[in-house]
Design a protein around this ligand. Structure first.
Ligand SMILES: [Zn+2]
Length: 99
């Protein structure tokens, strides 16, 4: 499924929220996102001088899996430090990302 993610322009990590109360911060801690994957609500916290970038991530995962990953604190998803870090995510394709 297509997932809305946020790329921190400082540390280049990509984060996304798995459920509406799932607040994720990036690797360096400057950027944060919550609100889940609903179309009508997303909240992004970022440093005004550094900014952030909206990205679309194509992950081989369902909304239910994302919710359970958050709810059970498995924490397999939500933070992508690098596209090559396959231990953290099942990453099929990252669109609009340049590392
Ligand atoms: Zn960061």
């Amino acid at each position: 499924m297509k997932i809305h993610g946020i790329k921190c322009k400082k540390c280049s990590s990509v984060i996304f929220s798995r459920a509406c109360h799932d607040f994720r911060t990036c690797f360096c801690g400057l950027t944060g996102v919550d609100g889940g994957q609903a179309d009508d609500y997303v909240r992004v916290l970022f440093d005004r001088e550094i900014g952030y970038k909206n990205v679309t991530i194509d992950l081989n995962v369902t909304l239910k899996q994302l919710y359970e990953d958050w709810n059970n604190k498995t924490d397999q998803f939500g933070l992508i430090v690098s596209p090559r870090d396959s231990r953290k995510v099942i990453l099929k394709k990252v669109i609009g990302l340049k590392y």
